[in-house]
Design a protein around this ligand. Structure first.
Ligand code: FAD
Ligand code: NAD
Length: 463
């Protein structure tokens, strides 16, 4: 029997591709080496981290936020084991959902490690029995895994990756987080809220550098209020284990410093998963960073072998992998699949959340746009003040000449949801005026984004 498509890797890229392919009439198999379907995203990243962020935020609110509402919650304690059990339950529930979708769509799940023999064959080992799958096409969706630092070997006890930091059995007394990006800020927040003294060491002069400078400065101040400490522009150079944890030597400019903690979380990025896949042996080209090189239809240089998600270039985000999955399979079926890389939203799920789409003000200027920017503080938004989450701001960046929205940045509670409106607006090439004239329910946080659009037009209403 020959498949129309064999997908290697069952993360959000791989399983979405398999569903789309069967919907378009392709006989499809999905090969996954892990115990559960769902990939990194469901098993050890997007979903478990969000479960912990939610639990820890509730705990933090009970300790620090309830009082202003008149709620007395003295002596609130955290049962870490129960929090982890809930997180594992969330993952199990969602994994069952993916099993259901595979069955419903008649997708063959082949358990084991996939290796490309050639453009028409995938060998699967390590499952129940070794098998070679014959196929018309192969889609590589093997994702990414943690990258470390040469002098800090992960041991799961003192030197942690995100995989370990989402599964600790108790609250560490102190933690150094190397890397002030998405993982460092999210998992640093989780443990800081539960009582760990968290120090973030970031190489660049600011945290979360993909976001607008005003937004990240405001975010840093708010995280500092929550107890996180930051050493920016600082590089860690060496490490030494101590009786109680770890001692790191770092430098900031010409100053050197020593930092000590019970644990260190290394969150300095991720690398594409190609080990053992034998893609290069099958003739597939990699780029200079070891990612699989693809063309505009997500096909590699070897006809019939495609790749999507974290294993190729672009932001390492689940929704990017998913969108590429649909478009790549549509292209295989002769349809006009497409991904608009200019409108991929980014979110970091701190409290408040930070979310963005499109260009920052600085990027827009670098690209030669004369811009008009509206920045509306949530302190002037009724819903935000009523809900006691008025920290943050919404920004709209528009082209001055055409009024077309080039980007939006939001720092607020639920920014992850609010950004969707700006994404849709940009997808339709909308203007600041389109956003400003769109009716928003009152009182809502979404009015904050509309107000930012009014400001970008030079016609502020509520400020
Ligand atoms: P993956 O999810 O990595 O899945 C690849 C799958 O392929 C894995 O199951 C792996 O076991 C399997 N595999 C690999 N090689 C083989 C092989 N040879 N044979 C068989 N199977 C194989 N992104 C977001 O958009 N939102 C978030 O909130 C978010 N939070 C994150 C939090 C953390 C802590 C981390 C680490 C990442 C987070 N990400 C988030 C990024 C997100 O996890 C990835 O972008 C996403 O998982 C990529 O999807 P993918 O399908 O390309 O690969
Ligand atoms: P990242 O690229 O977001 O951040 C890594 C940070 O580490 C950067 O700020 C970088 O300057 C810094 N850094 C690198 N080397 C360093 C060093 N030696 N010393 C100090 N700082 C150093 O990477 P991440 O946080 O590891 O996350 C990996 C990927 O997972 C990201 O691409 C991200 O897209 C994805 N992710 C997404 C989410 C989300 O969507 N909410 C959450 C977590 C992870």
């Amino acid at each position: 029997m020959e498949f129309d498509l064999v997908v290697i890797g069952a993360g959000p890229g791989g399983y979405t591709a398999a569903i789309k392919a069967t919907q378009l009439g392709m006989k499809t198999a999905i090969v996954e080496k892990g115990k559960n379907l769902g990939g990194t995203c469901l098993n050890v990243s997007c979903i478990p981290s969000k479960a912990l962020l939610y639990s820890s935020e509730l705990f933090h609110e009970a300790q620090h936020g309830f009082k202003s509402h008149g709620i007395k919650a003295e002596g609130v304690t955290m049962d870490v084991a129960a929090m982890m059990k809930r997180k594992d339950g969330v993952v199990r529930k969602m994994a069952r959902g993916i099993d259901y979708l595979m069955n419903k769509n008649g997708i063959e799940h082949v358990s084991g490690f996939g290796r490309i023999v050639n453009a028409g064959e995938v060998e699967v080992t390590g499952g129940e029995a070794a098998r070679t799958l014959k196929t018309k096409r192969i889609l590589i969706a093997t994702g990414s895994s943690v990258s470390g630092l040469p002098f800090l070997e992960f041991d799961g006890e003192t030197v942690l990756s995100s995989d370990h930091a989402i599964a600790l059995g108790q609250v560490p007394e102190s933690m150094i987080v190397i890397g002030g990006g998405a993982i460092g800020l999210e998992l640093g927040s989780v443990w800081a809220r539960l009582g760990t003294k968290v120090t973030v060491v970031e190489f660049l002069p600011r945290i979360a550098a993909i976001f607008d400078e005003d937004i990240t400065h405001a975010l840093q101040k708010l995280l500092q209020k929550q107890g996180l400490k930051f050493h920016l522009g600082t590089g860690v150079e060496s490490a030494e284990k101590t009786k109680t944890g770890i001692k790191l030597k770092a430098t900031k400019g010409d100053k050197s410093m020593e930092l000590e903690a019970e644990k260190v979380l290394v969150a300095v990025g991720r690398k594409p998963n190609t080990d053992g896949l034998d893609a290069t042996e099958a003739g597939v080209e990699l780029d200079e960073r070891g990612r699989i090189r693809t063309d505009a239809e997500w096909q590699t240089n070897v006809p019939g072998i495609y790749a999507i998600g974290d294993v190729i270039a672009g932001p390492m985000l689940a929704h990017k992998a998913e969108q590429e999955a649909v478009a790549a399979v549509e292209r295989m079926a002769g349809k006009a699949g497409r991904v608009n890389y200019d409108t991929i939203p980014w979110v970091i799920y701190t409290a408040p959340e930070v979310a963005a789409v499109g260009l920052t003000e600085a990027e827009a200027k670098e690209k030669g746009h004369e811009v008009s920017v509206g920045a509306f503080p949530f302190q002037a938004n009724g819903r935000a003040v009523a809900g006691a989450h008025a920290d943050g701001l919404a920004m709209v960046i528009a082209d001055k000449a055409t009024d077309r929205v080039l980007g939006a940045q939001i720092l607020s509670a639920n920014a992850s949801e609010l950004i969707a409106e700006a994404v849709l607006l940009m997808e339709f090439d909308g203007s600041a005026e389109d956003l400003a004239r769109t009716i928003h329910a009152h009182p809502t946080m979404s009015e904050g984004l509309r107000e930012a659009a009014h400001m970008a037009m030079g016609e502020p209403l509520h400020i």
